[in-house]
Design a binder for this molecule. Structure first.
Ligand code: FMN
Length: 217
């Protein structure tokens, strides 16, 4: 998909775009890693350090969970959902046939990256720039999403498959307690990763001409 590749001055540009095109959502994952835990950690740390944030506020907080620690996230999600079934908020049959198999599939992966935003850390800059005050929270979420995308793409580049989940606020309290995280860290997304056991689903694309314009070329 997309236009024919022009000549780039730096071959790394073509590689970067190839990685962007190759990144997909993988749901079938197993608990094996093609790379060392140190390499995974380095990818996540680089994203935390080098992804930009508005006014360089550095609002993203990230927790990398591997193996048994990763499984705890999905045990929490399963037990929270079981509570909702017991309370009559989710039909038992739907939980058994859909929710539990989905959560168990996430649990079967190798790791989860938890992405948080520390909105409280923005209080001083909101006071300093009251004109922008309402913008800082959305900017922080946008910066967090950039980190998610970079980690997702880099993990896939190393042979992992990954999918992005959003079980907040259901799991927030247990997540904070289990890893004793600061109360100001607000959970945004969970990136589940592991060695792929299948291919991603088919993906369709809206016509580029409906979504992109260029002027002055
Ligand atoms: C901001 C955002 C939120 C998403 N939330 C979820 C989610 O909660 N659960 C899920 O299974 N996939 C989620 N996805 C994955 C998208 O459904 C997926 O990226 C999209 O269908 C395109 O497929 P691809 O990732 O294979 O390119 C999310 C993706 C983005 C960018």
């Amino acid at each position: 998909m997309g236009s024919t590749q022009p000549e780039f001055k730096n071959p790394a540009t073509a590689s970067l775009l190839e990685l962007a095109k190759a990144r997909r959502t993988y749901y079938g994952l197993k608990s094996e890693s093609p790379i060392s835990d140190d390499a995974i950690e380095s990818i996540v740390q680089d994203a935390v350090l080098h992804v930009p944030s508005s006014f360089n506020t550095q609002t993203s907080r990230v927790v990398l969970l591997l193996k048994e620690e990763h499984e705890k996230v999905w045990d929490i999600a399963i037990s929270v959902m079981e509570g909702l079934v017991a309370a009559g908020q989710i039909p038992q049959e739907m939980f058994e046939s859909q929710t539990k198999p989905k959560l168990s599939a996430f649990r079967a992966a190798y790791g989860t990256v938890l992405f948080f935003v520390d909105f409280e850390s923005l209080d001083p800059i909101k006071e300093k720039f009251p004109m922008y005050a309402a913008k800082f929270d959305p900017f922080a979420v946008e910066s967090n999403a950039m980190s998610q995308y970079l980690v997702w793409t880099a993990l896939q580049s190393e042979g992992f498959g990954a999918n992005l989940q959003h079980y907040s606020p259901l799991i927030d309290e247990q997540i904070q307690k289990t890893w004793n995280l600061p109360a100001s860290w607000k959970l945004d997304a969970q990136l589940v990763f592991g060695t792929p056991t299948g291919e991603p689903g088919e993906k369709t694309f809206l016509p580029l001409e409906d979504r992109f314009k260029v002027f002055g070329k």
